[in-house]
Design a protein around this ligand. Structure first.
Ligand code: CP
Ligand code: NVA
Length: 307
């Protein structure tokens, strides 16, 4: 499987075969620290551009790079002020002369697209307003570990039809998992994402369902939550808190889901809002395994794109 030089901006950038190959590499790296000790990314440098805050993305990429023998440079929102101090095009060209991979967390998806257009090194999307594919690679790894498979499972995402929802839909469609997005009316995923995920899913046996009905979690194998107001939507948080009130993973959700239903949350969590604290700490919850898997999944992505 040769992914050298490729970009990773959305889950659709990888085929099903490529996603499964990267997940196998992630499992191998996780299980065999000696593989990492061979330093497959020796002398490679990762530039990490952040327009938004982060715990997991920043630390997991940086630690992953250290474990693989490479080096990571953190560029804080005020360091390069992408698009303000200088153009995205110039930043992409300049960074390509120094580093081997660029990872960027941005507001507009057009910024990662522009980075990928002008950079001559691989560009990885560390979250944009449109998608969060690295998160979903970690989620698929976690589901595989806990459920032993992906295809044919019924996954339900409860909440805002946001970047994480979009990437779950694309990822599920690629791997043949059924995906139901349960959101308040007016907060559905983008119509073009639903259309494209449905088209891709028809090739793999995955169905994509959008509903406002919480009863859709009946018999779910996986339930997933994310914050009601994403980064950049802080001023909408109070209004959303009322609108999203019922759209929560709690004991009620778990009563109608499958008894073995896995609970996922990309974190950070707002306990009492989109997920109840007690439910997040039950044996069905894999939220911290999921967070750790960010590092293993991203290390595998970096090895494939730049190893
Ligand atoms: N899940 C996630 O991307 O976490 P951070 O925002 O902390 O990176
Ligand atoms: N949807 C959230 C995900 C955070 C990891 C956001 O964009 O803020």
């Amino acid at each position: 499987m040769n992914l050298t030089g490729r970009n990773f901006l959305t889950m659709l950038d990888f085929s099903q075969e490529e996603i499964l190959a990267v997940l196998e590499t992630a499992k191998r790296l996780k299980a065999n620290p000696e593989e990492k000790a061979k330093h497959p990314l020796k002398n490679k440098t990762l530039a990490m551009i952040f327009q938004k805050p982060s715990l997991r993305t920043r630390v997991s990429f940086e630690t992953g790079m250290t474990q693989l023998g490479g080096h990571a440079i953190y560029l804080a929102p005020t360091d390069i002020s992408i698009g303000k101090r200088e153009t995205t095009e110039d930043i992409a060209i300049v960074l390509s002369g120094y580093v081997d991979i660029i990872m960027a967390r941005v507001f507009g998806h057009d910024i990662v697209q522009d980075l990928a257009k002008y950079a001559t090194v691989p560009v990885i999307n560390g979250l944009s307003d449109f998608s969060h594919p690295c998160q979903i690679m970690a989620d698929l790894l976690t589901i595989q570990e806990r459920k032993g498979k992906l295809a044919g499972l019924n996954a339900c995402y409860i909440g805002d039809g946001n970047n994480v929802a979009h990437s779950l839909m694309f990822g599920a469609a690629r791997v043949g998992m059924n995906m139901t997005i349960i959101c308040p009316e007016g907060y559905e995923p983008k119509a073009e994402v639903t259309a494209e995920a449905t088209r891709v899913g028809s090739e793999t046996g995955s169905t994509i369902t959008i509903t406002s009905d919480l009863a859709a979690t009946k018999n779910a194998d996986v339930v997933y939550a994310d914050v009601w107001a994403s980064m950049g939507q802080e001023e909408e948080a109070a209004a959303r808190k009322k609108l999203f009130e019922k759209y929560r993973i709690d004991a009620e959700t778990m009563k109608i889901a499958d008894p073995e239903c896995l609970i996922l949350h990309c974190l950070p969590a707002h306990y009492g809002d989109e997920i109840d604290y007690a439910t997040s700490r039950t044996p069905n919850s894999a939220i911290f395994q999921q967070a750790e898997n960010r590092m293993h999944a991203q290390s595998a992505i970096m090895v494939h794109l730049a190893g």
